[in-house]
Design a protein around this ligand. Structure first.
Ligand SMILES: [Zn+2]
Length: 215
């Protein structure tokens, strides 16, 4: 079976070599549409639209993702473009919530399920499963409301991710959006008891907050 390109980074860590399945390209971190190019039958063509994000900027985003490679593997296997895969935690149980797609009658339902509830019983968790679409929407709304500082964003590796989130939410494809969320968010805690969602930003994103927001 064909695999994605294998390469070794400066730290000697191996990347790539993943089975080249149908969706892999779209799910690799980032997307060439950002560079004004359109993929057509595995060839890259100059796109109709101008590059909306500077190529160097988008490369920076990839570097941030590589550095934070704790979730990169999970993301590359993210067949459903699940926004919070590898990021969501159940606060009362202090456990990961895993993305769980369920198919019934030709329809796809997606949930995030508490791994502690899976292990020791659903009655031990105040909220063992969440509708994926609803928690993803809530997190996106929270992210869009974050007061990033435009001056600090300029030239920051997270600028492209913030742009993808804010500027064209309706046009952004799921894998692009998921990549952008990973650049900005280190973890999301669902606290069913307090009825709140806690976001922990990546250091790069926290660096770009408006001064008052960090206080
Ligand atoms: Zn739980």
């Amino acid at each position: 079976m064909a695999t994605t390109k294998r390469w070794v980074d400066a730290n000697g860590k191996q990347h790539g070599g993943l089975p080249f399945v149908k969706n892999t390209l779209g799910q690799l971190l980032g997307n060439v549409v950002y560079l004004g190019k359109v993929r057509h039958k595995d060839e890259f063509h100059e796109g109709q639209h101008p590059a909306i994000v500077d190529a160097n900027l988008w490369r920076d985003v990839h570097e941030v993702l590589d550095r934070n490679h704790r979730t990169a593997g999970a993301f590359q296997r993210n067949r459903y473009g699940a926004l919070l895969k590898g990021l969501l935690r159940c606060k009362p149980c202090d456990a990961a919530m895993v993305h769980s797609p369920v198919s019934t009658n030709h329809r796809q339902y997606r949930y995030y399920v508490c791994t502690n509830a899976q292990k020791i019983g659903y009655e031990h968790c105040p909220c063992p499963s969440l509708r994926a679409a609803s928690i993803e929407q809530s997190v996106l709304e929270r992210l869009r409301a974050i007061p990033f500082n435009n001056t600090k964003l300029r030239g920051s590796p997270i600028a492209a991710a913030v742009g993808a989130l804010l500027e064209r939410p309706a046009e952004t494809i799921p894998s692009e959006l998921a990549a952008s969320v990973r650049v900005l968010v280190e973890s999301v805690e669902h606290d069913a008891r307090a009825g709140r969602i806690g976001l922990t930003l990546t250091p790069e994103a926290a660096d770009c907050l408006s001064p008052r927001a960090g206080a």
